[in-house]
Design a protein around this ligand. Structure first.
Ligand SMILES: Cc1cc2nc3c(=O)[nH]c(=O)nc-3n(C[C@H](O)[C@H](O)[C@H](O)COP(=O)(O)OP(=O)(O)OC[C@H]3O[C@@H](n4cnc5c(N)ncnc54)[C@H](O)[C@@H]3O)c2cc1C
Length: 541
């Protein structure tokens, strides 16, 4: 085989998984090639909240938070539905603390704890109602990235906000003007940009110059060993040799509608990630003979599409968290019935979209709507419209519940009965149907003025006009793919490592399977396994 480029380790994809793998390998002194399909670096990781969930991280020591290996593993096991490989859960928990420390040692990242952010199932065994496992990456100055300053994917919503400033992290979502100006002047960015920026800087400082506009199309094999990869760079085909190994870090397959319908357990029509995540790594791994795992799963979210909101050339889907959790809103199906605890964490809530109705042989809770009243709209704002402002024109509304139901296609009798029942639950402070507000997580996520009480999430719906926003089954990224071992090696159908092939991140079967432990439940394992895959690839001969 004739190669036009030669490296020791070739990393495909520049999200958190690829960047961490590349940095770990480069620090071992091997020559690393980092290739990214998009014209900008960072993938979904760059537009994410940037929060990793890492049990036993060293910031817990400073805050006096008690955690243990046993608690962390018991907690993950309680969310596993017996689908998690215990060896991978142990590798995550055992390497988490060292990975956070390592990132702070070798990059400018300085995490802080997200104060009191509860785990997503805090009442489960080993869960933490007072938080301590979710980390905020803070702010990072993009001015220090030189020519790469404007070549990282960014979300205009949160570019200059830390996660703690956002409503998700317990803030208001707004900064005072002077502070916002200071951050703009210094190009200080938070959330996902703050997570990936320092790792990119560390790579650049080590002389690893990423290549963007580079799409990997095929793995190159010799005698069953992966020896390189075929890439299209600026329209030209290259065969790149990887002397030690190739790390797949190309994200999930959520933007590939064929793969979505072939593999996912139910409908998914609203990916919130970068549109370049089309399952390329999955297909390459399949052709190389990889065993697949967790294929029906994704990191689920309820999502809303705001007409005209286009990002990276595609209709954007927004995770709906705040509006469904705040008082004065519920979610209903076409029968006008509630079908879930609206305040539960987004990943678990995704399951309710896939509930089958055996009589109609259809999905009982799709389509679905978020219903709220004028008081909710005025007090909290909605979908980008600030509090006190008129609700955006694209949102259907009516002066009565009946008229609204008829206009959007909900059963009117069902809706009236449901709202009356819900208002009764609010008055008695007990959601007898779905237990909204019972968990510490629900009571944390709603209105901060009533934090830790049920009033933070339970409120009557009785002030016209009423609004109904279509909510879709979406994802932050799929979580199935080639199975890996505790060293990040891709396994074949006999569960033996495929020589020269490694994977990390959403391209691979998630080490925690369906478990989404808390805020950062995907990025925590991704950073840990990204590093492990990079170290293993660098050590391969
Ligand atoms: C809005 C939003 C908020 C989120 N917030 C959080 C959070 O706070 N905490 C958390 O834990 N999770 C969060 N998530 C989920 C998290 O961002 C993802 O799980 C994670 O970023 C995936 O990392 P990755 O490295 O596997 O993939 P990505 O970051 O998506 O990177 C994959 C990269 O591979 C590139 N690529 C694809 N195909 C090829 C190819 N053929 N050749 C070369 N490159 C290729 C893609 O262009 C992309 O840049 C959020 C997601 C979204 C969308």
């Amino acid at each position: 085989m004739v190669f036009s480029i030669e490296k020791d380790v070739v990393v495909l994809g520049s999200g958190a998984a690829g960047l961490t793998a590349a940095l770990a390998a480069a620090l071992e002194g091997v020559e690393v090639g980092l290739y990214e399909k998009a014209e900008v670096l960072g993938g979904s990781s760059a537009i994410s909240g940037g929060v990793p969930w890492v049990p036993l991280n060293h910031h817990q020591d400073e805050a006096g938070i008690a955690d243990s290996r046993e608690e962390a593993l018991a907690y993950l096991a309680s969310l596993s539905l017996d689908r998690m490989d215990p060896a991978l859960a142990e590798a995550f928990v055992d390497n988490g603390r060292a990975t956070v420390q390592w990132l702070e040692d070798v990059t400018e990242l300085r995490f802080t704890l997200l104060p009191r952010y509860p785990d997503y199932h805090p009442e489960n065994p080993g869960g933490k109602p007072d938080g301590g496992r979710s980390l905020d990456p803070g702010l990072f100055s993009y001015a220090s990235l030189g020519p790469w300053q404007d070549r990282v994917a960014r979300s205009r919503r949160s570019a200059h906000l830390m996660i703690t400033d956002t409503t998700l992290g317990g803030g208001t979502g707004f900064l005072d003007e002077a502070e916002m100006q200071r951050r703009i002047d210094n190009d200080l960015r938070g959330c996902g940009n703050a997570l990936v920026g320092p790792i990119i800087k560390a790579l650049l400082d080590l002389g690893v110059e990423p290549v963007v506009g580079a799409t990997a199309t095929d793995l190159l094999l010799e005698d069953g060993r992966v020896v390189g990869v075929r890439l299209t760079i600026d329209g030209e085909e290259h065969e790149v040799r990887a002397r030690r190994g190739v790390v797949l870090a190309t994200g999930g397959f959520e933007w590939n509608t064929d793969l979505v319908s072939e593999f996912l357990r139910g409908p998914m029509t609203a990916p919130t990630s970068v549109p370049t995540n089309t399952g390329d790594g999955l297909l390459m791994a399949m052709r190389a003979g990889a065993r697949l795992g967790n294929m029906g799963q994704a990191w689920w979210v309820p999502a809303v599409k705001i007409p005209g909101d286009v990002t990276f050339g595609a209709q954007r889907s927004n995770l709906v968290n705040r509006e469904r959790t705040l008082p004065g809103s519920i979610m209903v199906n076409r029968a006008g019935r509630r079908f879930t605890n609206e305040a539960s964490n987004y990943n678990a809530l995704g399951g309710s979209f896939h509930q089958m109705d055996p009589v109609t042989f259809g999905y009982a809770n799709l389509p679905a709507w978020l219903l709220f009243d004028e008081r909710h709209a005025q007090r909290y704002g909605s979908f980008g419209t600030p509090a006190g402002q008129p609700v955006a024109d694209w949102i259907p509304r009516a002066d009565s519940l009946r008229e609204l139901a008829e206009a959007v296609g909900i059963d009117p009798d069902g809706l009236e009965a449901t709202v009356a029942r819900w208002n009764g639950f609010v008055d008695s402070e007990q959601d007898e149907d779905f237990h909204r507000g019972d968990s510490a997580y629900d009571r944390w996520s709603g209105d901060g003025n009533f934090r830790f009480t049920k009033a933070s999430t339970m409120g009557r719906i009785d002030q016209a006009p009423f609004y109904a926003v279509p909510v879709e089954s979406g994802t932050l990224g799929t979580s199935g793919g080639p199975r890996i071992d505790a060293h990040g090696r891709v396994l074949d159908t006999r569960l033996l490592p495929i020589p020269g092939l490694f994977a990390a991140g959403n391209v691979a079967a998630a080490p925690t399977a369906m478990a989404y432990g808390g805020a950062g439940g995907t990025l925590g394992p991704i950073l840990v396994f990204g590093r492990l895959a990079g170290l293993s690839a660098a050590a391969a001969s």
